[in-house]
Design a protein around this ligand. Structure first.
Ligand SMILES: Nc1ncnc2c1ncn2[C@@H]1O[C@H](COP(=O)(O)OP(=O)(O)OP(=O)(O)O)[C@@H](O)[C@H]1O
Ligand SMILES: [Mg+2]
Ligand SMILES: [Mg+2]
Length: 499
């Protein structure tokens, strides 16, 4: 039925893709120094009203809000997974929302209800509800100028990620979600998710350097943005941070009259199987626990925190959490794929350390598939990967492949991955990939480095290496550098409908 009206899931994704800011506009803004600011929030408030909601409606969602440079998604996944286990045994929360970004395999995974991505039909319905409401509101109200810097009227609809954020509120309010876990997109203060005024709790995961153009080039400036999700009257948690960042978080919390609780690794995690078994993940889990506890305290008057042991549901939630594309291992015959969406200096070191540990007991060649599109500084991330590997007793990669984020050799991007935000000429010419290759060859002249146009080509190249294996050997493949790369790779390894 939906197809007759031209309003299928695919139609929604096509319409959504039309809301991407084209590369040329991004460049022009960058040159003019236009950054997200308070106007971005004012606009989101107008859009929310135009789709029929007041900011206070969001209170019904009991939002758990998470910002941070790394570990946001994992923290959110832990919190949501704990809540899901609690729901299973105790019937509360009634319905759990989980809003994350970016997506790995399909856009609709960004908006989950009770663990599952919203179905294609529901996604299409809610997507076009919002689409139509925004157009109608503009027709009746006329154009609104919120952005005084540019003096331009607000576009009819917000851009891609902001549109999905707006839509998520519609989905969760309609579906009567009573706890919604929200990952910020970029930063916090001016992020589209920050129109929530009374979250149940805010959590700030590990801070570091990323999104320098939007957020600033020091960890202090970045911390200022992230602290923007701390709200008067709501609980706030973080884990230990580098000192500059920690101070800014505390100052900002104090200004708002909030006592920001700094969590150690939760001692109740002793004996709990946190995967991967790494400090960073235990920090993410600790934050997830505190956030879930805060949510349960709000919605379930009888819930009592037990300071010495974790309830069974919490342990199950942590041990059974699924967060795809992060520290994932997949065996494919003689190839063992290690898949991790790390894309900052620190997280790439973390991923390399994890890979080195996984390879310690294996024999056979190691192969890297890497990309990061549209960020020139990524060429400097390569050194960290190599030195981490070496310092953890692994040699180096025998084979290194750089490819674009284009999924398939024949058909190009999967619809959910169409991206207008990168320089199309650079993708065609494999400019970034050649720069990576040159850098890697200078760091490790013995590596066999190749540049290939698509993810599919890169995977097939590594598959080809298994033909020359000796007895008992496997190829250890690491796919990292970009969540788009990792999502495309999972799609290829698992079939196009992988989710
Ligand atoms: N607390 C942490 N500190 C450092 N690195 C981390 C941390 N948590 C996760 N990572 C690394 O970053 C990768 C991405 O984790 P995750 O998806 O939780 O982060 P995110 O903050 O949501 O990142 P994104 O910018 O992709 O949204 C992980 O696979 C892991 O390699
Ligand atoms: Mg990020
Ligand atoms: Mg994320």
């Amino acid at each position: 039925m939906a197809s007759q009206t031209g309003r299928t899931y695919n139609d929604a994704i096509d319409a959504l893709n039309s809301l991407q800011t084209p590369y040329a506009t991004i460049e022009a803004r960058r040159k003019a120094g236009v950054r997200p600011d308070a106007a971005s929030i004012a606009e989101m408030q107008v859009y929310l009203r135009r789709i029929g909601y007041a900011p206070s409606d969001l209170d019904r969602l009991n939002i758990v809000h998470v910002a941070g440079t790394k570990g946001k998604g994992s923290t959110c996944a832990f919190a949501a997974s704990i809540l899901a286990q609690h729901q299973k045994t105790r019937g509360a929360p009634r319905k759990i929302g989980l809003f994350t970004s970016p997506h790995l395999i399909a856009v609709r995974e960004r908006i989950r209800v009770d663990g599952a991505p919203v179905s294609e039909d529901l996604f299409a319905r809610y997507f076009f509800d919002v689409w139509d409401r925004l157009a109608r509101a503009e027709e009746t109200e006329g154009e609104v100028v919120v952005d005084r810097r540019l003096g331009l009227p607000m576009p009819t609809r917000p851009i891609y990620a902001r549109y999905l954020t707006l839509m998520s509120y519609h989905v969760y309010l309609q579906e009567r979600v009573d706890v919604a876990v929200y990952e910020t997109g970029i930063g916090g203060e001016y992020d589209a998710t920050n129109i929530v005024e009374r979250p149940v709790a805010s959590g700030i995961s590990t801070l570091g350097i990323d999104h320098v153009f939007a957020l600033g080039d020091t960890v202090e400036k970045i911390a200022w943005h992230k602290a923007g999700i701390i709200k008067p009257g709501s609980a706030a948690f973080t884990i230990d941070q580098v000192s500059g960042a920690a101070n800014v978080l505390q100052e900002r919390a104090k200004e708002k009259g909030v006592s920001l609780k700094v969590l150690d690794v939760d001692s109740r995690l002793e004996g709990v199987n946190v995967r991967p078994d790494a400090l960073f993940q235990k920090k993410n889990a600790s934050l997830g626990i505190a956030l879930a506890e805060a949510a349960l305290q709000k919605i379930e008057p009888t819930f009592e925190r037990n300071a010495s042991t974790l309830p069974r549901e919490f342990v199950d939630g942590i041990e059974q959490v699924v967060w795809r594309g992060r520290c994932e291992v997949k065996a494919e015959g003689p190839i063992i794929w290690h898949i991790d969406g790390a894309h900052t200096v620190d997280s790439l070191k973390m991923a390399s350390k994890w890979f080195a540990g996984e390879c310690a007991s294996k024999s056979g060649p190691e192969a890297l598939i890497f990309n990061q599109q549209g960020r020139e500084e990524a060429v400097n991330f390569l050194e960290g990967i190599l030195s981490t590997l070496k310092s953890h007793g692994q040699g180096t990669f025998e084979h290194v492949v750089f490819c674009t984020n284009v999924t398939y050799a024949d058909t190009g991007y999967k619809r959910d991955f169409v991206n207008h935000q990168y320089d199309p000429d650079a993708i065609k010419a494999l400019t970034a990939q050649h720069a990576f290759a040159e850098k890697w060859s200078s760091l490790d002249p013995s590596a066999k480095v190749v540049v290939l146009p698509t993810i599919e080509d890169a995977i097939n190249h590594v598959r080809g290496l298994s033909k020359t294996l000796g007895a008992g050997e496997t190829v250890q493949g690491l796919i990292t550098g970009s969540l788009h790369l990792v999502g495309g790779a999972l799609g290829i390894l698992e079939g196009a409908d992988a989710l």
